[in-house]
Ligand binder design. Structure first.
Ligand SMILES: [Zn+2]
Length: 296
């Protein structure tokens, strides 16, 4: 399947030039050719420098999911950053790639050594579809597919009644029905992040779920907690597992913020993380009270 899907993608692509970068691996091993062609404000150098590595996990259409770990010698905190859970929010993957570059050279006065795990493109099938799609190749909104309590009761009802069966928001046949959501769920269980940053677009706000005092702003994005949804990552991780989720909603799905703005967002995230998460970093974050936070 993977080979066929890849062949299809290659056949559909513009006629390839014969000039190739010396030492460049094939598209299955190195995702940059496809990503650079699709993502806004991502040059080849930026993508190559991100050194994305295969996770061994594949999407519905057999596309590899890539990640990048940046681990200092004695990390005080683990942070998971996820882009393009929704495939048509192309800017979210681009911002994740820019943040990888910033994470590699943290400011000298950063008080907290952070082990970063970046998954810039959780939904490669959605990103690389023509046109890109919010949902994955099974038509599932991955951000409604996480196993929140009472998912079987709440998620389908929410979809039918509140979204009026919006095909862009189908929660799937059951929680974790999709390889992409299963992969992210597995990361929560094995990497044990103390913070999850999920990048989206285009609502131009900052959302927050879970314990701790939320950041009030990242760059020009201000906190506006919009509520929680059955099966969402924020609901599952932040509310029910007690691992805070910062949801970054960029202003535009097809354009990144400026370089200066992306850097400011990054610095604001670092400052908030150091102030709010560092004191408990060695003992783990307090668990939320049972049934605490907002209810769907
Ligand atoms: Zn989104």
């Amino acid at each position: 399947m993977a080979g066929l899907a890849l062949q299809g993608a290659l056949l559909a692509a513009p006629a390839p030039e014969r000039r190739t970068t010396p030492g460049a691996a094939g598209p299955m091993a190195q995702p940059c050719a496809e990503l650079v062609a699709r993502l806004p404000n991502v040059r080849r150098e930026l993508c190559e420098a991100a050194r994305l590595a295969p996770t061994g996990v594949r999407s519905v259409r057999g596309r590899e999911i890539f990640w990048r770990d940046i681990e200092p010698p004695q990390p005080g905190l683990r942070v998971l950053v996820v882009g393009a859970m929704h495939g048509d929010e192309l800017s979210s993957a681009a911002v994740a790639l820019h943040w990888i570059r910033l994470a590699e050279t943290p400011p000298a006065d950063t008080p907290l050594a952070i082990h970063w795990r970046f998954v810039p493109v959780l939904n490669p099938d959605g990103v690389l579809a023509r046109p890109p799609t919010r949902v994955n190749a099974s038509g599932v909104d991955l951000n409604r597919n996480f196993p929140t309590p009472n998912w079987a009761r709440d998620a389908p009802v929410y979809w039918e009644k509140r979204t009026r069966r919006d095909p862009r928001r189908w929660p799937g046949p059951r929680p974790l029905s999709e390889p992409e959501s299963r992969f992210l769920h597995q990361q929560l269980q094995t990497f044990h992040p103390q913070l999850v940053v999920s990048i989206h677009a285009p609502y131009g706000v900052l959302d927050f779920d879970g314990p701790s005092v939320p950041p009030t702003r990242l760059g020009r994005l201000y906190l506006d907690q919009v509520g929680i949804f059955p099966g969402s990552l924020g609901n599952y991780s932040g509310v029910h597992k007690g691992v805070p989720v910062v949801t970054v909603e960029l202003f535009n799905s097809l354009r990144t913020p400026t370089e200066a703005e992306m850097r400011q967002m990054w610095l604001d995230l670092l400052r908030w993380t150091s102030e709010r998460l560092a004191p408990t970093a060695t003992t783990g974050l307090p668990l939320p009270a049972a049934g605490a936070q907002r209810q769907p």
